[in-house]
Design a protein. Structure first.
Length: 382
């Protein structure tokens, strides 16, 4: 059985049904997926990178532990190789200094008349031959040490994590950033939200997961909170701070603008050097900061959007994310997690990725079902 990204666009209930079906499957199964919960149900992991495939026994958690072990070993080997290169350079310099001193002995003796010029010349020639031999020996040892350093460096994976500080996004605890009461939205003749409508209060710096089956109105509610969609009924109060909405389509940034130009649009009063430094922390370094948005991959476009939104003037106090991990590879998901863990404001995230929601420290769970919004515990608490 061959499955290509089978959990993309599935809600949480559908994912769990798929997991149960696959666990009962007795045949051979090959899955292409970035769903870590699904990968944790596999017996082996094959990693395809730059045309090379590496095999790891066990599930995805075992794979992560193996990669961490490889990284630690590679880092240790690099430190050892760097020390070896420094030692060889030092010994080569010391050998040259000794040879220079030996060559100087004959010249000084000849100048004093202690030995003949012929004898001094012989001493000089021997010193030069000895120095050349030592130089060749130390040069080869230094070259070998550099080769070992290069080999160790190639074993080290690129660190693509995002780690930064975003103090401007801080929201005082308990401050209300959004209040909505009796929210009603109609699709044709149908009320999306039942009864007296949906009511929701968001205070800083809450981290809220909004769950529910596909089609129940989660994305619609995010659009209402952001102000992008006008509700049929409801009373609203939004704090003075900015609300940023990231849709599933990642269409926030103009396609023809470069990443650096978009950053300047969002933060026009920041010095250019500060803007470029921020982009570098989101892994847009050098010429990458000047690529047009249309040339970016899905993961790169997400990073560019996050850089602009989180570094904007003013910084957002409420962040709304609609299925942000859809169609992202695992590196990009981990980068998103790093950025959100640096964010100090409130956020609401719609996601069916359990591992992702756990990694970003969600502390409040809401579920949309049958047109009603309910407080629930985390999945493990249910």
């Amino acid at each position: 059985l061959l499955l290509d990204e089978p959990t993309n666009n599935l809600d949480l209930d559908a994912r769990h049904r798929l997991y149960q079906v696959l666990e009962s499957w007795n045949g051979c199964l090959l899955v292409v997926s970035h769903d870590r919960a699904l990968l944790d149900r596999m017996d082996g992991i094959a990693e395809l990178d730059a045309g090379d495939m590496r095999w790891y026994g066990g599930n995805y958690t075992d794979y992560e532990e193996a990669v961490r072990g490889e990284q630690e070993t590679a880092e240790k080997n690099i430190r050892s190789a760097e020390q070896q290169v420094k030692r060889e350079k030092r010994e080569m310099q010391q050998a040259r200094e000794r040879a220079a001193r030996r060559a100087g002995v004959g010249a000084r003796a000849a100048a004093k008349g202690s030995i003949s010029k012929m004898a001094a010349g012989t001493l000089k020639r021997r010193a030069q031959e000895s120095a050349a031999k030592a130089n060749d020996t130390h040069g080869q040892r230094l070259a070998d040490a550099k080769t070992r350093l290069d080999e160790a460096s190639r074993q080290l994976r690129d660190d693509r994590r995002i780690s930064l500080e975003l103090p401007d996004t801080n929201v005082p605890a308990g401050r209300t950033v959004f209040l909505g009461e009796g929210i009603h939205v109609r699709y044709g003749e149908r009320d999306l939200f039942a009864g007296d409508g949906v009511s929701l209060t968001i205070r800083g710096p809450e981290r809220i997961a909004l769950t529910g089956r596909n089609g129940v109105g989660k994305s619609t509610l995010l659009r209402v909170i952001s102000g992008e969609l006008e509700a049929e009924q409801g009373e609203f109060k939004r704090a003075d701070g900015r609300i940023a909405y990231l849709s599933q389509r990642l269409d926030t940034l103009p396609l023809d603008r470069t990443v650096a130009q978009c950053m300047a649009d969002y933060a026009p009063h920041k010095p250019e050097a500060e803007r470029l430094t921020l982009l570098a922390r989101f892994l847009f370094r050098g010429t990458a900061a000047h690529l047009p948005v249309r040339a970016l991959s899905g993961g790169e476009r997400l990073r560019a959007t996050l850089a602009c939104v989180l570094g904007a003037e003013p910084a957002p106090q409420l962040l709304l994310l609609d299925e942000p991990t859809n169609n992202l590879d695992l590196d990009s998901v981990e980068q998103l997690e790093g950025a959100l863990n640096s964010y100090e404001g409130a956020f609401v995230v719609v996601s069916h990725d359990e591992r992702f929601v756990k990694e970003i420290g969600v502390n409040r769970w809401l579920r949309m079902a049958d047109g009603r919004l309910q407080e629930t515990g985390a999945p493990d608490d249910e």
